[in-house]
Design a protein around this ligand. Structure first.
Ligand code: PMP
Length: 386
């Protein structure tokens, strides 16, 4: 598809009669909007001169301290001086790629991987080599094999980009016993590790996994308030080793001068004055109900030959459809049948994924999710009948 085709498809897919299981938009209806509007008014009244002014390129110091407190939940012991606030973690992804990669360099990423990261890698002309996953996340042996194969060609990848928790789009989580193994393999081959972790606190069992960064201070950790608070504020961060930090701050400065003071101060007030931990619990309860609705609808309606994972947190189910169905070719027909999904090909740099698709359960209500899956099942049946 060309960019204009995709735009046209999304315009149709965003019509209210279409059930969109395509996007990863958080459910902000669960936020305490009244309390937040009081906070916004107070921020302008009391601290408007600072909040509406330029700020430090690295980010508001008080917020950087609070970010360290948030990461402590995942066992990360960090110095606020090593935190760089960014405009969403997407900006951190872009800057990190800019710093590490020259055109033609190789980076490793799970297959499939986050479409926004693949976009950043493509923008800097880095070549992505995918590493396979199973139900326990990235497979250490596959990582070793990829590094061996590349090594035989004289290639050392610039980094491994990994989403250890509640993966986008695969929905899986890297098993704890694999975490140190992945780090050891990367250390052995001299490959940096970029840990992208926007969903780590959104586990349905309440379990919080130890961050890779908690096991190795050399890991670059990317975090975000998009899923735990509000994506529209565009506040994310990178925790980086001191040697990388100064280059990252310079790169951030050249991109935006500084992250938005107002948004950072609002996040800081929210963390200070609101029970953000129980808000995260509220979010996960909403998402767990929606996941359950999706899984039960898949079980009820989908034709034989489909398979999917059971995510224990995050936003996504990764679905494999029967042989002969092409999820990219099917998408316009699904949209005509008033259901949208993200076809699997967007999550690979190498054209794989035509038998996969990603379903997001974060935004539609359980009833809409059920209806969406019913429509999807009918479209799949029709494809299989041809
Ligand atoms: N990484 C992953 C894995 C994501 O799923 C997302 C958002 N969909 C991002 C990064 C970017 O998040 P943001 O820029 O909103 O912080």
């Amino acid at each position: 598809m060309t960019a204009s085709e995709i735009r046209a498809l999304f315009a149709v897919a965003s019509r209210p009669e279409v059930v969109s299981l395509a996007g990863g938009m958080p459910n902000l209806a669960a936020l305490p909007l009244d309390a937040l509007s009081v906070e916004v008014a107070d921020l302008v009244a009391r601290e408007g001169q600072v909040a509406l002014q330029y700020g430090s390129a690295q980010g508001v110091p008080a917020l950087r301290e609070q970010i360290c407190e948030v990461m402590r939940l995942e066992g990360v012991n960090a110095d606020p001086n090593d935190v760089v606030v960014t405009v969403g973690s997407q900006m951190a992804l872009d800057l990190v790629t800019r710093i590490y990669c020259d055109p033609g360099d190789v980076v490793l990423a799970e297959g499939p991987s986050y479409v926004g990261a693949l976009g950043s890698f493509a923008a800097y002309q880095a070549r992505v080599v995918h590493v396979a996953m199973d139900a326990d996340g990235l497979i250490p042996e596959a990582l070793r094999d990829a590094l061996r194969t590349l090594g035989a060609q004289g290639i050392t990848p610039k980094f491994l980009y990994t989403i250890p928790n509640f993966h986008n789009p695969a929905g899986v989580t890297l098993a704890v016993e694999r975490r140190s193994e992945v780090l050891e393999i990367c250390a052995e081959y001299g490959v940096a590790v970029i840990e992208d972790n926007p969903y780590g606190l959104l586990g349905f069992s309440g379990r919080v996994y130890p961050a890779l960064r908690s096991m190795d201070p050399g890991v670059v950790y990317l975090g975000s308030f998009s899923k735990t608070f509000a994506s529209g504020l565009r506040v994310g961060w990178a925790l980086v080793p001191p040697a990388v930090r100064d280059r990252l701050v310079l790169a951030a400065e050249s991109a935006t001068l500084c992250p938005p003071s107002f948004n950072q101060m609002l996040v800081s007030r929210y963390l200070e004055g609101h029970d953000w931990r129980s808000q995260i619990k509220t979010f996960t309860e909403v998402y767990r109900d929606r996941r359950d609705a999706l899984l039960s609808a898949l079980e009820t309606y989908l034709p034989e030959g489909c398979s999917w994972n059971v995510p224990d947190g995050g936003f996504y189910v990764w679905l494999t459809v029967p042989e002969g169905v092409d999820t990219k070719a099917m998408l316009p027909r699904a949209v005509t049948a008033r259901v949208a999904y993200a076809s699997g090909t967007g999550f690979y740099a190498d054209g794989l994924g035509s038998r996969q698709l990603r379903l997001s359960y974060c935004y539609p209500t359980p009833e809409r999710i059920t209806e969406g899956v019913r429509r999807l099942a009918a479209v799949l049946e029709a494809e299989l009948d041809v």
